[in-house]
Design a protein around this ligand. Sequence first.
Ligand SMILES: [Zn+2]
Length: 262
Amino acid sequence: MAARTFLGTLRLATLLAVLFFVALGAWLDRARSRDWNDTLRVTVYPISDSADAGVRAYAAALQAGDFADVESFFLDEASGYGIALEQPVRIRVSHAVQDLPPALPDRAGPLTIALWSLRLRYFAARTAWKDPLPAPDIQVFALYSRLGPGSAAMPDSVGLSKGLIALTHLYGDAAAAGSNQVVLAHEVLHTLGATDKYDVATGQPLVPEGLGEQDRQPLYPQDFGEIMAGRIATSAHAAVVADSLEQMLVGPVTALEIGWPP
Ligand SMILES: [Zn+2]
């Protein structure tokens, strides 16, 4: 009985130590990723989430150049906030991942989500270790399927601010390249601490922080959207998905959250 208690205590102490180092590591990563002294290295791992031959071929052929718009988006927006880096974000593409990352369970409670996030971090660490490319600052697992971004069956994309990992669900078709990049930039910003700027119930951008043009007169329709709102408000009750990052910008609240000077 005494031995069992001792083992139990030892197990608990080990678990607490592991959690402490995971938390400390995440805090250090996050502090470093938001100082904007160096280029943030992002690796995108395209993964086909479909048996469809077209989707598989599309995901397999993706190269860094296919994400050039995400790099220019970060360059344009960061320079607008006085960040002098020549390349705030650099994207590389790795095809080193063959198996699917652990899926976020449906309607999960806080404990299930915590365990899932540990499993995803373990998956990400193993991936970085197997990958011939140097370990990046941010890892994006990009799952391509036949479902469109607005589709009800499409699982939510997530960006973990603790661990600098994003899991994005994208449309496996060249026609959706622009809207895919909007989703990708949004999730990368989550990993840097940005919060959503839309109403969870309706998807409508929040006013004013979710609008691209907060001072516009009259306010609607907006021509630009705030990246963390994800959509462009055409009226107080309607919004459209952006076709490209050129229609999106980083608003002042998001900028503050990710450490860009006001
Ligand atoms: Zn979001």
